[in-house]
Design a protein around this ligand. Structure first.
Ligand SMILES: Nc1ncnc2c1ncn2[C@@H]1O[C@H](COP(=O)(O)OP(=O)(O)OP(=O)(O)O)[C@@H](O)[C@H]1O
Length: 426
């Protein structure tokens, strides 16, 4: 994406200047209201104003690498889209000094019917390069994409990985002065990611300006000179990566709807109210034993949907037995958002046996463990099963009952962290 260079501003040391930027969306209750409003048929205000960004101002100096972090929906992508000209602001101004390359919607300008090679030229021309200029960069693009003879096939035949590699190779090799990246480095396989980060470091060394949005706090801490923290469209603060990442973690932990006193004892019936529960939980079972409540608590015994990697936390479930049951088994599992079961356990595996319950009994099962899953989003499910007249029976299962965000400043490869201790021996 090429943005108009604003004069040859030799004195300015800012690559990007953002002043009082706001983006407001009109939210209508009914499509008809939108139509009425656009035709000016109503004197009443038919919409609710929703600010994706509210009066945000900051500068990005030439050669700086700046990160933007914030909770989901805090306005990070909106800012990048306005800077790159994809979206118009409601009020405020953006000044960009330099050729910008945006790794936002990778491959958005690709024509699926054209071959990879034709798309390189199409894209390069759209970015304002002559055929000679594209030719001069061709080797670099082809070797970065590394998709072999597929380069001559129509891109509609590419796997999503190949598509992203080519799009990334084009975007990163057009010699941008300012690079705007939105999570794009988390695509592709791990070797390709490593190559992208290497390129990223090269850019930094060459003194190019980088604006970088990521949920990966490890990369933010590693690469950024400065970090901007957004929350619900408002710029909360800016500062060193460490200070901002710490503030962000606090923000995540305290975003729960109910304020709780530290160490306060959770009362019966209180749990689910202070905790974000999936309204579309899939439930089944014969309910001779029923999971009546559940909660996750962090290391300070506060109810939360956010756990810091490496910290201790508890999962609690309350079971009401409507019948006399022999040796019920209580369980939990974590799935990632692609639906793969990552881990889980139950009272039987852990050697905690409830021998016998009578109708009307109630118990609370507490699972305490350390969070070793990678930073990201997960879904937590609960179950109570056992044997009834000799048959295995599902008494009650709650699938995807709540989401858990794991916040991490360091991720390793794959699903979990082996907590390696690493040293170098001479
Ligand atoms: N077209 C739209 N209409 C209405 N609201 C929108 C639209 N696009 C974005 N929003 C809202 O604007 C806010 C900011 O969205 P944005 O995508 O910039 O957040 P984000 O910080 O990038 O989130 P994430 O981390 O989940 O990608 C959100 O509340 C979102 O719901």
């Amino acid at each position: 994406m090429r943005i108009e260079k604003k004069g040859n501003n030799v004195e300015s040391k800012n690559a990007i200047e953002i002043r009082n930027l706001s983006k407001m969306y009109k939210l209508y209750n009914r499509p008809l209201d939108r139509l009425k409003d656009s035709l000016g048929l109503s004197r009443k205000k038919l919409y609710k104003e929703h600010y994706a960004l509210k009066d945000v101002s900051f500068d990005i100096g030439e050669g700086e690498c700046v990160g933007i972090i914030g909770t989901n929906g805090s306005g990070k992508s909106t800012i990048l889209k306005i800077i790159t000209g994809v979206l118009a602001p409601t009020t405020g101004t953006v000044t960009v000094n330099g050729r910008i390359s945006a790794l936002l919607e990778l491959g958005a300008g690709f024509n699926p019917e054209y071959s990879g090679m034709e798309n390189i030229f199409l894209n390069g021309t759209m970015l304002g390069f002559s055929e000679e200029e594209i030719n001069a960069r061709l080797d670099e693009i082809l070797s970065f994409a590394d998709i072999g003879d597929f380069i001559h096939q129509p891109v509609k035949t590419y796997s999503s990985g190949m598509f992203v590699r080519l799009a990334f190779a084009v975007a990163i090799n057009i010699d941008p002065e300012i690079l705007v990246v939105d999570e794009a480095l988390s695509v592709g396989d791990v070797f390709f990611q490593a190559k992208c980060y290497h390129k990223f470091e090269e850019f930094k060394k060459q003194g190019k300006t980088i604006l970088f949005v990521s949920h990966d706090l490890g990369s933010i801490s590693k690469y950024c000179d400065r970090v901007i923290l957004l929350n619900q469209g408002v710029m909360l603060d800016e500062g060193t990566p460490k200070a901002m990442v710490d503030m962000y973690k606090q923000l995540l932990v305290h975003q729960d709807p109910v304020k709780q006193a530290e160490g306060s004892e959770t009362k019966k019936e209180d749990w689910k109210q202070g905790f974000l529960v999936n309204p579309n939980t899939l439930e089944y079972g014969e309910k001779q034993a029923e999971i009546t409540d559940f909660v996750v608590m962090d290391s300070k015994s506060l109810q939360t949907n956010t756990i810091e990697k490496g910290s201790k936390f508890q999962i609690k479930m309350r079971i009401h037995f409507h019948e006399s049951i022999q040796q019920p088994i209580m369980a939990f599992t974590f799935k990632n958002i692609q639906g793969t079961e990552i881990t889980g356990t139950n009272t039987m595996y852990e050697g905690v046996n409830v021998e016998h319950t009578d109708a009307g009994d109630e118990c609370v099962v507490v699972f305490e463990q350390k969070m070793d899953m990678q930073g990201g989003e997960y879904l937590l499910s609960f179950g109570c099963t056992g044997y009834r007249n000799g048959d295995f029976t599902v008494f009650h299962r709650l699938y995807d009952a709540c989401n858990i965000t794991v916040v991490s400043s360091k991720n390793t490869v794959g699903f979990y962290d082996m907590n390696s201790k690493v040293w170098i021996e001479e």
